[in-house]
Design a protein. Sequence first.
Length: 326
Amino acid sequence: MEPWEAPVRLLPLPLPPVHGEVFGWYLHRLAAANHVTSGQLAKTLTPFKNALIGKRTDTLWRWTPMVLPRLALLTGLTHETLRMLLPAISRIEARTGGEVIRYRRRLYVACSHCMHRRGITEPVLAHRPADLQLCRRHGIWLDGNRQYRVSHLPELATAQHRHRRIARRFPDTLEAATKEAQHMVRSWLLNKKQPHLLSRWNDRLAQLPPKEAAYENIIRRRVDEREFIATYPEFVTMLGMVADPAWRARRAPRQWVNLSQHRRTIDAVYAEAERRLNVPSLREKRQSHTFSNDALFRWTDSSGRSLMLVMTPEDHNALRDDSQWN
């Protein structure tokens, strides 16, 4: 009799998974608590020999839906609970049913304070919803390989609350809009042409702790995390605008639009962004670069429509002239 055919009994220490936990990570935690190897547990769950599973394994391409009832017997948890807590289970079942699975990994290390409350002292790797950036209970920033304490910056918690509302309202455009809003805010940060925003960001950077414990061998560092924390409220503000289908529809190229009409569209986009960000102007210090290099202008006019409509030097100057925008 093969291991996956033998009767399954409840483990001595049936630890429950953390919400969204990577399957391999959970199996290793479960095995360590019960003094067995993850391979031994895997062989009791899946019908193929030489089952090897790493801590970051989560796709489980060769696994079958029989893993769910057997894991339920091992842990004493219901099928519904395991489906809710372990994303890999739902993907196995969906794949078996012939559904197309869109698999995108957003991973994070769960809040260490929350884990200690559950008696877990080791880091836990889990899937992160797109709108989860910090633990509101403990004021810990989670999106990165360092868990900064940010409870003294209440605007971050407010921004995450808004982020969640945006994710619920605009699920179809959220992914594309997230990339666009991140590009805008990071562009403004790096080119240093928005003094009103830079002042806010520098104030927040000065208030962040200089160092925190790093999980460098678990989560890869993508950009400067401190800068992303500092700009997060403005990122969420722009996300609410660029994810809105009403504003996205206004930037779609129209075949017969003229330069004057397009200029009014650009003006409306800038006016709305300035209102939401609460800044006097986003059209500052354009002398060294053409106005068309601005990230918000590029979002509004991604196809370069306004530049194609320019017929004379006066038309080009009209796009940059302050008198046309105020």
